[in-house]
Design a protein around this ligand. Structure first.
Ligand code: NDP
Length: 237
């Protein structure tokens, strides 16, 4: 595959799970790929060795570090903001500091990274945030704080698409449903309940989400903007 040959690509949160699959997909397409990580140094080093991508430690909750990392990549062709965490539980007992950190990573991070990427883009760039079908639908208790972060991504995508559209920059969210990863293992305790909400009763593979991401990021995605591309096995249907 050469569909991303020579493209300057940054994936925020690429060491594991969906982000890792996205890094692998862009690298296989010939892209010049860098990715960030926060805690998983070993996994990041292994992925860098496997793909030739550059691993950068940068905590998405640290705005200054995040903005400096994005600016340091210069004129990006593609920014993917995948870094995200999920705090699920009774809102009366969830640690409020942990909830605020989730909001920092899932909402503030994508916004500031997207704006900084657009500041430096010189061509028809692509900005993609990995949101969630939970931005549309939260069918179980305990997900309010997580859902609010993914709904916030939708508002950001709508607005920034209009801010940057006249420069040919597209801004979109990919919205996975249950996807096999450390965050949401296909054999985890919640799996059967999640499959109950789905038309296709299995977790997605991270590579399936990566393939959709690559389509939106590629040359055929030029007219896709301000949109939410849902890949959820019918979870939200
Ligand atoms: P994982 O927990 O498996 O992986 C998360 C990735 O994000 C890791 O590479 C991690 O890096 C990185 N990351 C987390 N926090 C930070 C941070 N503060 N700074 C930089 N990187 C960070 O999650 P998934 O792959 O499952 O999820 C990826 C995205 O997809 C998230 O935004 C999630 O909300 C979304 N999503 C996932 C679904 C699922 O079912 N799996 C469903 C819908 C949406 P490190 O380990 O180095 O910190």
């Amino acid at each position: 595959m050469t569909d991303f040959a020579g493209k300057n690509i940054l994936v925020l949160g690429g060491s594991r799970g969906i982000g890792k699959a996205i890094v692998q997909r862009f690298a296989a397409g010939g892209g010049r790929v860098a990715f960030t990580y926060a805690g998983s140094a070993e996994a990041a080093a292994a992925l860098a060795a496997e793909t030739g991508a550059e691993a950068i430690r940068a905590d998405s909750a640290d705005r200054d570090a995040l903005v400096a990392t994005v600016a340091g990549r210069g004129a990006l062709d593609v920014l993917v903001v995948n870094a995200g965490v999920a705090m699920i539980g009774d809102p009366l007992t969830l640690d409020p500091d942990a909830v605020d950190r989730m909001i920092d990573i899932n909402v503030r991070g994508p916004y500031h990274a997207a704006v900084e990427a657009a500041r430096h883009m010189t061509g028809p760039g692509r900005i993609i945030v990995i949101g969630s079908v939970n931005g549309d639908r939260m069918p179980f208790a305990g997900g309010a704080a997580y859902a609010l972060t993914k709904s916030a991504v939708q508002g950001m995508v709508r607005g920034l698409a209009r801010d940057f559209g006249d420069r040919g920059i597209t801004v979109n969210a990919i919205q996975p449903g249950p996807t096999d990863s450390d965050m949401n293992p296909a054999d985890g305790p919640m799996a059967a309940a999640m499959h109950g909400f789905m038309a296709i009763k299995r977790h997605a593979h991270a590579s399936e989400v990566a393939e959709l991401t690559a389509f939106v990021a590629g040359p055929h995605g030029a007219m896709i903007t301000g949109s939410f591309q849902t890949i959820d096995g019918g979870f939200g249907a």
